[in-house]
Structure formats: structure tokens, C-alpha cells
Write a protein that binds this ligand. Sequence first.
Ligand code: ATP
Ligand code: MN
Length: 552
Amino acid sequence: MVRQGVGRLYLILACLSLALHLFLVLFCLSVLQTSCLLQPTSSSSISSSLSGAAPHDRQGSSSHKPLPGHQNGVTARSAHIDHRDKASFDMAVETGKDRKLIGAGTATKMAHGHSKLEALFSHPLYNLPWPPLLEDDWLLKLKPKKKNGEDSKEEEWESDKSSEDSEWQSDSKEEGYDQANWTSSTETHPPWLSYHLGITRWELYDRKDPNVAEVIQQMATQPILSAVQKSGGTQLKLIVSFPNYGQALLKPMRQGRDAETDVNLFYFSDFERHNAEIAAFHLDRVLGFNRIPPVVGRLINVTAEIRGITTDHKLSRTFYTSPVGNVCFHGQCEYYCTTESPVCGRPQVLEVSLASMLPDLSLAPRRTWRSPWRRSYSRTKLAPWEKNPDYCVKVKETPPYSEGTRLVDFIDMVVLDFLMSNMDRHHYETFEKFGNETFLLHLDNGRAFGRHSVDEPSILVPLRMCCRIRRSTLMRLRLLSLPGHRLSDVMRESLSRDPLDTVAPLLSEPHLTALDRRLATVLQAVNSCMGHHDNVIHDDLEENAAHRNIGQ
Ligand SMILES: Nc1ncnc2c1ncn2[C@@H]1O[C@H](COP(=O)(O)OP(=O)(O)OP(=O)(O)O)[C@@H](O)[C@H]1O
Ligand SMILES: [Mn+2]
């Protein structure tokens, strides 16, 4: 009797356990399904790594190296740099050497073995195929070399070592610089050149391109051979050069990471933030735009890596030692370049952001566009969009916003700016070669992430007024609002790969929380649009599919 009773008990327990397992399996499946908003398409193969190992979706290329025949090189001018005196680097502070930088090889797993960032980038919405890339969709291409006055089929741009006027010959003789034996063969190209050659009509870089990860790694670790002040703009910034002729735009840390913008300051009086430049690059990438040149943080020694090597006398003249013994400088510029607003090392070590330089303007000219929602930059005057609630009706009728994707591209930028609270988007740039059908460069993000406690509603006005948004953007934003892909979590993880994150988190928790809060506001704004307007969604997914079908 007893044995029979025990047997029955075991049977009941076994049934219970089976039921529990079945329940768990069903539960997991339903959770997975809800986080997957889109069925994978055949060409959107999912990569589990951030490296370039997975096949990518740019038509006509499988290794992110430009295709022969499309992308065989550029003229040597692209890497033109100032010839600089060379000084020692014995005091150089190098960071990031042993860290896994963004996109580099195997991605760093989170402590608990699950990477939300990897999961996000594996999602089909982050692996959408572009329309087929034609010859004109690449920013740069090789100049066929003419031999003896004849057109040669063989394309080559290696410098002719015997030629007197070869730029490369003189550059490569500079102490510290590499010999530049670059040919049309992609293997000979430094990573920054491969990155330049990979720029297309639709995006600045391919997230999975191993060259982009290399560019970031090199900016973080290579010796700085030259540093000169960059003219233009309002604040102090330098152009630095590396041994393989790569260049970066350096912006120094000017205030504590967590210093909130003074409430009594107009946004245009705010200092730029080096961490904002870094975080903006990560955010733009996490949003799936890929329209900000790769940026990385670094600790530099201001004496060895700026003062000691610069031949910019205007800059070197502004160095001094502060009363507490820190090495400071202020450079010369329109604003903020005085002893009242110096950049100071501690005593010599300084945090900076380094943004990879775009191709030289002589090779890839850019067009600057005034934003229709530009602020008045006056303390008293209102801008036109602040006075007219129907302002967008006019904008929608005016080229280039009346055609193609310009308006939704602009809205993408508005979403980015609202999330990071950047009020300083007075202008934006595009590559001239691509005319009106191209992505917008999201340059100059130094005034973003100024305040975490306030969300600036005026930045979102174009979205609320125009009620237009790309379907792919909206779907990615919805994905980022789900717990499994939460924007603040993926941003925290992405930023943890930057070398400066070991010094202090690049975005404090209140800034990360603000991202989630603002994302919810964007989604609410779109919902409200859909409640009141037709034609809110620009269906780029369908459009791209149609293009691909035509291309097949
Ligand atoms: N990564 C880059 N590569 C090449 N050029 C760049 C890059 N970033 C910015 N620039 C160019 O340099 C100019 C000045 O840079 P940036 O806008 O960041 O400086 P700024 O001092 O903040 O300017 P402003 O005061 O006008 O806002 C930009 O308008 C842009 O044309
Ligand atoms: Mn600026």
C-alpha cells in the first residue's frame, strides 16, 4: 500500500515537473517572439559577433574591403599632413592597448555572459540590406594611372618614388612616419584609408567593417606625431596625425564629466564636452545610423604629445603652468581661448576625444546645409519655426525636403539630437558627390549630454510638426524600448568598450536614464502623430526591397 502510494507520488511529481518545463519552454518562445519585430530576410544573415567575420549586407562586397573596380584607391592627397618636427614620446600615456575596443574582433561579453549589444546588432533590423551599390554610390574611387599619355587599364596610385613631386616620397621620409607603399591592392592600405574607401551614399561606415575597429584601436594607441590647431568653429580643437598618416580631430576635456550645464547659460554659451563626442558616436551607431565618424577617448600627455611635438607656434605660445602646477594651454580661437578658460592636464595628463577625420575636402567636398529649424542664436528673437505652427507644410514643399529621403533623414537627426539633448545643430553636411540622395553627416556633437535632468522639447519640434519618420528608424526605436534591448543598457555596454570608461563612466547613470525617458517621449510623439495624421511612416523597408528586386 505504502509502496503504491509512494509510486503515485513520484508519478505526480514527474508530471508536475514535465508541465513546468513545458510551461517554461512556451514562455521563453513567446518572449523571444515579441522581441523579434521582423522576420529575418534571406540576405540579412545574423552575425553574433561585432567583427567583420560575418558576411555583410552591402551589395557587391563581402569583406568590407572596397571592391576592385569600384574602390581601387584615391590620390595621395587624401593623407596629406603637415610636415612636423618630431619629439620624443617617452612620457606618452598609452591607454586602451589591452582593452577590447568597439567592434574589435570578439566582442567583450557582459559579466553574466550575455551581451545586449550583440543581441541588438544581431537583430534583422540592424542587418538590413541596402539597395545594390553602383559605381556612383561610392564616395571615392581610384584614378586610373595614365602611362605615356595613354589611358592604362591598370589602376595604380602608389607614389612614384622617382618622381620629384611625389607627396608620398617627402612624407614618408619624415621621422616617425611609416613608409607609404600603398598600391591598388587593399592589403597595402592603412585602416583609415580602407575606411575612407568604404564610405557610400547611404552610410559613413559599415558597423561590421573590421577596418573601423582598427581605426578606433589605432587612434587610441598610436603615437601622436603632429598636433596643430584646427581653424573654424568656435572652440579649441586640434588635428593630430599618426605614423600611418591617419588623422583625428582632438577635443579636450574642459569640465567634469558630470557637470550639468548651468541653467542660466544659453546652450550656445556652453563648453563642448569630449565625452559627448564619444557618446554621440556610440548612440548614433546603436540607433543604426552610422553617420558619425568613429570617435574614441584617450588619455594624453599634454607636454609630450602636444607641446613637445607641435610646430604650431600660435598654439605652443599659449602653454603655461597653473598655480597648482598643472600644465595648461588655451590656444587661439573665437571664444573660450583665454587664460580664463584654459585646458589643463593633471598635472600633464588630459582626457581627450579623437574623431577620425573625413576624407580631405579636396577629394570629397562636402555641402553645408542650414537647418530649417535653426535656432535664432539670439537671446531675444524667435526663429521662424517658433512663430508658425504650420512651418513644416512649407518645408515639405521646399527642395530638398520635398523629394527623396531628406526630410526623414533630417528627422533621424532630430531623434538623435533629442535623445542626447543637442541643441546646437545649426547646420549639417553631406558629401557633395551624392547630391540630395544621401545620408546626413552628424558632425559636431560636443554640446550634447549637457543636462540629464531636463528634456528639451524644442529639439523634437520637427518630428511633432512634420509627423514623418522612417519605418526602419521607428522599428529600431521600438526595439530599444524593450527590456531585452533597453537603450540605456546597450549604451552602457557600448561605452564600456572605450578606453576612457575605465577612468570614469563616459555617461553617468542619470544621463543613461534620461536616454530611456526621452526615447519613450519620441515614441509617444510618433503615436500621437499616427492618431492625427495619415502618411506618418516613410516605408523605407518596402522601398529597399523593391530596389533590390529591380537590381536582381
Ligand atoms: N571628423 C571630422 N573630419 C573632418 N572634418 C570635421 C570632422 N568633424 C568636424 N569637422 C569639420 O570641422 C568643423 C568644425 O568642427 P566642430 O563643428 O566639431 O567644431 P566646433 O568648434 O564645435 O564648431 P562650432 O563652434 O561651429 O560648433 C565642422 O564644421 C566640420 O566641417
Ligand atoms: Mn560645436
